[in-house]
Design a protein around this ligand. Structure first.
Ligand code: MN
Length: 411
């Protein structure tokens, strides 16, 4: 069998709106806005540099229908670079760029080959003795087990299955094209190039089943290094390695403060906790969420001077590295029990709040209220967006912190 190498990428989500980053510095925000496209350009550069034999994209090239042709022009330009380097591309549509979702088109160069959506299809690379099998999404949701209908392998060749799937379920990703690893195994292929799940995961080794994750984190839920996978086959032996191409990064650090810690100690603790992030970021702009928890007599002052504390914590980050920016300071603090006033035994505030923590009805009601406010914003600004996404819990926690602070010391 000939030796060859290929790149397996997925979930480019080109055109994805930039969410959840309250960065005050416009130049920093701009880096994040451009990051998804930059990351893909970097990957194309690596493909050319490493002279890979082909390029696989397992769905969700586009985040959704295009506002205009800008995204299509960008993708075409990158595909054309690969064509001039003699690298063919095999891709399929996922839930975000299903055939019914994308209404605009730009004619792509001839090196780009798309799998059909109605039924599985195959591409055969005779010179390499490689067969690629795949089926794209016709509609936004695919509830059938697509893998089971994939064709039999080409005997004696290296067979690759390409599929956009959540397998048997990968929270919080929507369940599409459900199947088990055994279903995949039953096809008798040598490699499964999956897409949909945004975290890198080697699901199985025999055969290799891999989610490469997305190329670039888009919000605080998509943290850590992001990239694609380079697969090399030599004398029938398969090796795989990650190609990290993200341009900017999201990270989170949890810090527990103690009752003895004053402001200086807390900020020194921030510097210590942030150091590993700096060691890890390799020159990338990083948006960091810091979560402070613990019991502290400073609870009331911190909550009342939230903005000042936010800025002091960001300053501490900058003392560690100039490219670490505070995405958000999340407070999960508790005042010492003695500080919470029990107003004549009539109301135990802490107890009351504890009883309602995680109350699903409150979360639903809060979400409904925010949606209602969003559509009333000037120009209908928030109408199309999901302003809270899954951050309702954080908002409720913030409210709890404020109430607890008010319950302190007042007589
Ligand atoms: Mn997807």
């Amino acid at each position: 069998m000939p030796s060859f190498s290929f790149i397996h990428a997925a979930d480019l989500h080109l055109g994805s709106p930039f969410q959840g980053l309250a960065l005050k510095d416009a130049a920093v925000a701009a880096v994040f806005v451009e990051a998804s496209r930059k990351a893909f350009s970097t990957l194309v550069e690596l493909a050319i540099e490493k002279r890979v034999d082909f390029f696989v994209i397992a769905g969700d090239v586009y985040d959704g229908d295009w506002k205009d042709n800008k995204i299509g022009l960008f993708f075409n330009r990158e595909m054309a670079r690969l064509e001039r380097a003699g690298i063919p591309v095999y891709l399929l549509r996922g839930n975000h760029d299903a055939a019914s979702v994308i209404t605009k088109t730009i004619t792509l160069p001839a090196n780009v080959h798309e799998f059909p959506t109605g039924k599985p299809g195959s591409f055969k690379l005779d010179a390499l003795q490689v067969a690629l099998h795949g089926q794209g999404f016709a509609e936004r949701s695919a509830n059938d087990n697509l893998a089971l209908t994939y064709p039999a392998p080409v005997s004696g060749w290296f067979n690759i299955g390409i599929l956009h799937t959540s397998l048997t379920g990968r929270e919080p990703h929507a369940p599409y094209a459900p199947c088990s690893v055994d279903d995949l195994r039953s096809r008798g292929y040598d490699y499964w190039a999956l897409g949909h799940v945004h975290d890198y995961e080697v699901v199985a080794r025999d055969p290799l089943v891999i989610f490469p994750g997305n190329l670039q984190g888009r919000n605080i839920r998509e943290r850590g290094a992001k990239g694609a996978v380079l697969v090399t086959v030599e004398d029938g032996r398969i090796e795989h390695e990650r190609l990290i191409v993200d341009e900017a990064r999201f990270a989170q650090v949890d810090i527990v403060i103690g009752p003895e810690d004053d402001q200086t100690a807390i900020l020194r603790g921030v510097e210590q906790a942030v150091q590993p992030v700096a060691d890890d970021m390799a020159g990338r702009m990083t948006a960091l969420r810091i979560r402070l928890s613990g019991v502290t007599p400073l609870h009331g002052t911190i909550v009342a001077n939230r903005q000042q504390w936010r800025d002091e914590v960001e300053a501490a980050c900058h003392r560690v590295h100039e490219d670490i920016w505070l995405e958000k300071l999340e407070l999960r603090l508790e005042p010492p029990p003695a500080q919470v006033r029990d107003s004549d035994g009539a109301l135990d505030l802490r107890q009351l709040l504890a009883e309602h923590a995680g109350d699903a009805d409150i979360a639903v009601e809060a979400g409904r209220l925010v949606d209602e406010i969003a559509v009333r914003l000037p120009g209908g600004l928030g109408a199309a967006a999901q302003p809270l996404d899954d951050d309702v819990g954080a908002l409720i926690e913030e409210a709890r912190q404020l109430l607890l602070a008010r319950g302190q010391g007042a007589g």
